[in-house]
Design a protein around this ligand. Structure first.
Ligand SMILES: CSC[C@H]1O[C@H](OP(=O)(O)O)[C@H](O)[C@@H]1O
Ligand SMILES: Nc1ncnc2[nH]cnc12
Length: 284
């Protein structure tokens, strides 16, 4: 599978695929958010998974992120483009603009964020949470697709589901963050543990709740720019599919090398088997 798209709010299917198959997968972490559609887009093998499920049934806290990433890894996925709607903390990142983030701040509180634990300790490097090559690809494809695109920025991940208070919004803005959403974590962290290249197209839909002259964000406000943002995202996905290089030269394919600190002799055969898909090459 050369490329995978995880769709967010407003993106529940991908158009133009041929050789379409719909896979209902099960994983050690339960079922993914929905069936995974695979197919070919302009000669490139692709997979698509909507993180909230079709019909938007799953709230951010309840997204089965480990099942989603495990299922994609089991299909041999090496690269993920994630589509995320976000509120903006910067006047210049207006609704309708796109931003390709390079940093994250974790403000979630109710999510399991690792495949490890249960007797196995692993500390991946996450200083740069996004694949640099995916970021470069997304910035160039977004520009060529006609988007106003901001290269880099910090995405605050909040728990939700309610939007921020004005005070929280001002606090996040004062930290120098650029955008806020509810879904980039633990998705990015689990993709890194699974050694999958991962990049986000953050689609600005609103000014969150900090702006003195604007109404604090509501779903209605978000809906006003959602359709145009998703049309742009689909154009970017198409361009990205044609511009993939075959071999990965970033650090993502070896993200787990040296990260597992537990003495392998102390890891039970059952636990090793459980982790085989994610970490098998490091746990002989
Ligand atoms: C329905 S607006 C709030 C919703 O939109 C974002 O979703 P996603 O990141 O999947 O595009 C945000 O994180 C919230 O889940
Ligand atoms: N302001 C906002 N806060 C959290 N998630 C969002 N998704 C889109 N806009 C958002």
């Amino acid at each position: 599978m050369e490329l995978t798209v995880i769709g967010g709010t407003g993106l529940y299917d991908i158009e133009g695929l041929t050789d379409v198959r719909e896979l209902e997968l099960d994983t050690p972490y339960g079922q993914p958010s929905d069936s995974i559609v695979t197919g070919t887009l302009d000669g490139v093998r692709m997979a698509f998974l909507p993180r909230h499920g079709r019909g938007h049934r799953i709230q951010p806290t309840d997204i089965p992120v480990r099942a989603n990433i495990w299922a994609l890894k089991s299909l041999g996925v090496e690269r993920i483009i994630a589509i995320n709607s976000v509120g903006s903390f910067k006047k210049e990142v207006a609704p309708g603009h796109l931003l390709i983030p390079d940093q994250l701040i974790d403000r979630t509180s109710r999510r399991v964020n690792t495949f490890f634990g249960d007797g196995v300790v692993a500390h991946i490097a996450f200083g740069d949470p996004f694949c640099p090559d995916m970021r470069k690809l997304l910035v160039s494809c977004a520009g060529d697709a006609g988007a106003t695109v901001h290269d880099g920025g910090t995405y605050v991940v909040m728990e939700g589901p309610a939007f921020s208070t004005r005070a929280e919004s001002r606090l996040h803005k004062s930290w120098g963050a650029d955008v806020i959403g509810m879904t980039a974590l633990p998705e990015a962290r689990l993709a890194r543990e699974a050694e999958i290249c991962y990049g986000i197209i953050a689609c600005s839909t609103d000014y969150d709740s900090w702006h003195e002259e604007e109404t604090p964000v509501t779903v209605d406000i978000i809906m006003a720019t959602l359709k145009a943002n998703m049309e742009l995202s689909k154009r970017i996905i198409k361009l990205a599919a044609t511009r993939l290089t075959t071999a990965r030269t970033c650090g993502c394919p070896s993200a787990l090398a040296g990260a597992i600190v537990t003495d392998p002799k102390l890891i039970s055969p059952d636990r090793k088997e459980h982790l085989r898909l994610i970490a098998g090459k490091y746990l002989p």
